[in-house]
Design a protein around this ligand. Structure first.
Ligand SMILES: NC(=O)c1ccc[n+]([C@@H]2O[C@H](COP(=O)([O-])OP(=O)(O)OC[C@H]3O[C@@H](n4cnc5c(N)ncnc54)[C@H](OP(=O)(O)O)[C@@H]3O)[C@@H](O)[C@H]2O)c1
Length: 235
C-alpha cells in the first residue's frame, strides 16, 4: 500500500470501518466521511468528517491529493416487486447511486496518482446484480446502476484514475444484522453458499485495500465478486 491520503465514505461502520482500520497503519491520512464518527479512534492519521450523502446539502471539502476513495453506504431492501413503491426504489437509488455520484463529484478534482501510478476508486455493488434473486428488484436495480457508473468512469478517467467495484454477498455487518439475528438464521444463510459460510467485513475490506493499492495497478473497470462462490458456482 502506498503512503497517501484515502477518503472512506461510510468508514464508521461495517466494511468501511474495516477498510479504515486496515489502511490506517499504512496511510499518511485516512478521512472517514459519514453521519456518525464510529468507533475508530481519531489521531494524526485518522479523522472523521460529518456528512450525509442523502441530504440536500453540500458535501465537505475534500483533502488535497487523494490517492484512493471508497464509497460504502448502501442498503439491503428485500421485498417483493408487488410491495415495492416508487419511493422505495428512489430511496435505494439515493443512498447507493446518487450518494456515490455526489461523493465522486466532490472527490474527483482532488484525486491524484503518484509518478504515473493512477489514483483508485472503489464502489460497492451486490451479488444480486450478477445473479437474479427474488425480492431483490429495488436493490439490484440501484446496484446495477452503480456498476454501470463505475465502468463509465473507469473509461472516462483512465489513465489517471482506476475505478473498480466489489460485489459482496451476505457479509456480517450492521447492515445485514436483521438477516443474521439468530444462530438458526446464520446457519440457514451459510448453507446457501458453495463455501458454506457468509463473508466477513475483514475479507471485503482486504479486497478493497488491494484495489486501492498499486498491486492492483493494471485492474480497472472490473466488478470483483466476494461472495463465497454464489454468483458463479452450482455445487
Ligand atoms: N453487508 C452485506 O451483507 C452486503 C451485501 C451486499 C452488498 N453490500 C454492500 O456493501 C456496502 C457496505 O455495506 P455494509 O454492510 O458495510 O454497510 P453498513 O454496515 O450499513 O455500513 C455503512 C456505512 O455507511 C455509512 N452511511 C450509511 N448511510 C449514510 C449516509 N446517508 N450518509 C453518510 N454515511 C452513511 C454508515 O455510517 P453512519 O451511520 O455513521 O452514517 C456506515 O459507516 C454497501 O454498499 C452495501 O450495499 C453489503
Amino acid at each position: 500500500m502506498s503512503d497517501g491520503t484515502f477518503v472512506i465514505a461510510g468508514g464508521s461502520g461495517g466494511i468501511g470501518l474495516e477498510i479504515a482500520r486496515q489502511l490506517a497503519p499504512r496511510a499518511a491520512r485516512v478521512e472517514i466521511w459519514s453521519r456518525t464518527p464510529g468507533e475508530l479512534e481519531q489521531d494524526n492519521v485518522v479523522s472523521h468528517v460529518a456528512c450525509d450523502f442523502t441530504a440536500d446539502e453540500p458535501l465537505p471539502a475534500a483533502p488535497d491529493q487523494v490517492r484512493g476513495a471508497v464509497y460504502c453506504p448502501g442498503s439491503i431492501t428485500l421485498r417483493s416487486f408487488r410491495s415495492l413503491t416508487s419511493a422505495d426504489f428512489r430511496q435505494d437509488l439515493e443512498v447507493n447511486l446518487l450518494g456515490a455520484v455526489r461523493f465522486l463529484q466532490a472527490i474527483q478534482p482532488r484525486l491524484a496518482g503518484v509518478e504515473g501510478r493512477p489514483a483508485s476508486v472503489v464502489l460497492f455493488s451486490t451479488v444480486a446484480v450478477a445473479q437474479g434473486m427474488p425480492m431483490h428488484a429495488s436493490i439490484a436495480a440501484a446496484k446495477g446502476a452503480v456498476e454501470g457508473l463505475a465502468r463509465s468512469l473507469a473509461a472516462e478517467w483512465a489513465p489517471k484514475v482506476r475505478v473498480n467495484v466489489i460485489a459482496p454477498a451476505l457479509t456480517d455487518t450492521p447492515l445485514a444484522s436483521r438477516l443474521l439475528s439468530s444462530p438458526e438464521k446464520r446457519e440457514a444463510m451459510a448453507a446457501r453458499y458453495p463455501l458454506k459460510r457468509i463473508g466477513t467485513a475483514g475479507e471485503a475490506a482486504a479486497l478493497a485495500r488491494f484495489l486501492l493499492s498499486d498491486e492492483s495497478g493494471w485492474i480497472t473497470g472490473q466488478v470483483l465478486h466476494s461472495d463465497g462462490g454464489l454468483s458463479s458456482l452450482r455445487v
